[in-house]
Design a protein around this ligand. Structure first.
Ligand SMILES: Cc1ncc(COP(=O)(O)O)c(C=O)c1O
Length: 366
């Protein structure tokens, strides 16, 4: 079986974790601080605040930019639930904006066009590892709207030659077990703003300042063992990214022109890191008239794993409204019905990639 997701972990991570266990300093030590400074250097930002999940990182970012009760926050309906559930954690309101069918993302200009006087912030997602287009950032800023970047899937990606994470007010990263940089669980907030970094540091530590609990906060701390694994992963991040991009380039070349299949795109100013290699399958145009789910079953029969991210856009999830909202975001709904992720992880051999291509072509009847 060629698995959809295989984490890239090795002896370096195992040794680093054991070193921490032997040191007996399991939380709030030097390893976490080193991870923060090394990651900040890689991103070219002033501050990284390590936390225990990507969800915590988005939540810290919203709190730090001042999102609170009753505020409106704009985001995409085509993302993981945590992008938007963190808005609810701040007792604010989520308003979705429909996605671009080519990038599966919402660009900042579209958020600016949809913003109202009630809009406090936007959460721009770099879905599947493709940085969202930031051309509308100045318009949002001139209206006092904060920009939080959900880069949970996009570590290592670049926009205009710079790593994502530096351009928006605060960016959130996830190191969950399936992500390009893996700790198992973990996250980080990146920012150039001293006040945002200070706020996030308080928020991850119960709102504590000195001896006082000054405001509501949480326990969002990252453990030293996970920070040690993260440091080892940072050392191999470039290799991980290059391997994913090489696999994606192979699929781009081999699957180009297959009828009924749309391949992922990357605008010229963006470096896509392919957290997912997500294609669209249009049942009306595949040679054998198979749709996404039948193609997925045919791939499984040939021993090729695949996945659907995301089968149901957020506005159709019970938490955000449910089925009565059907039709509100037609592009997101169409993409959700057609999208399929193929294995793109660094452990694929050339023979594996070739097998994925031939199984996929046969699954669509090409
Ligand atoms: C786009 C997006 N946002 C937020 C998250 C939340 O990250 P975590 O699972 O580390 O809490 C994830 C990942 O799961 C994600 O993919």
């Amino acid at each position: 079986m060629i698995e959809l997701i295989v984490p890239n972990l090795g002896e370096e991570e195992i040794a680093a974790a054991i070193d921490v266990l032997r040191s007996r300093q399991l939380s709030q030590g030097a390893v976490g601080a080193s991870f923060e400074s090394e990651f900040a250097k890689l991103l070219g930002v002033r501050h990284v605040v390590a936390v225990n999940s990507g969800t915590a990182a988005v939540h810290c970012a919203l709190k730090a930019v001042g999102v609170g009760e009753g505020d409106e926050v704009l985001t995409t309906p085509f993302t993981f639930a945590a992008t938007a559930s963190t808005v609810l954690m701040q007792r604010a309101k989520v308003r979705f904006v429909d996605i671009d069918p080519r990038t599966y993302n919402v660009d900042l200009a579209s958020y600016a066009a949809a913003a109202t006087p009630a809009t406090k912030a936007v959460i721009a997602v770099d879905l599947f590892g493709l940085p969202c287009d930031c051309a509308g950032a100045d318009t949002l800023r001139s209206r006092g709207i904060a920009i939080v970047e959900d880069a949970c899937q996009a570590i290592g990606s670049e926009r205009d030659g710079k790593p994502v994470g530096a351009e928006c007010d605060a960016a959130a990263f996830s190191f969950y077990a399936t992500k390009n940089l893996v700790m198992g669980e973990g996250g980080a907030l990146a920012t150039n703003d001293d006040a945002i970094a200070d706020s996030a540091r308080r928020f991850r530590q119960h709102g504590q300042v000195g001896d006082e609990f000054a405001e509501l906060g949480y326990n969002y701390r990252l453990t030293e063992v996970l920070a040690a694994i993260g440091r080892a992963q940072l050392n191999r991040l470039n290799a991980i990214t290059q391997a994913r991009r090489a696999n994606a380039a192979f699929y781009d070349e081999q699957l180009a022109g297959v009828p009924g299949v749309t391949l992922p795109c990357a605008p010229g100013n963006a470096v896509h890191v392919y957290h997912h290699y997500a294609v669209l399958i249009d049942r009306a145009a595949t040679p054998n008239r198979r749709g996404r789910d039948e193609v997925r079953s045919a791939l499984a029969e040939k021993g090729v794993g695949s996945g659907v991210y995301y089968r149901k856009p957020l506005h159709l999830q019970p938490l955000f409204g449910g089925p009565q909202r059907a039709g509100e975001f037609p592009v997101a709904e169409r993409i959700a019905a057609q999208v399929l992720s193929l294995p793109v992880h660094p452990h694929l051999s050339q023979a594996d990639r070739a097998r994925v291509v031939s199984a996929f072509k046969s699954a669509v009847g090409a």
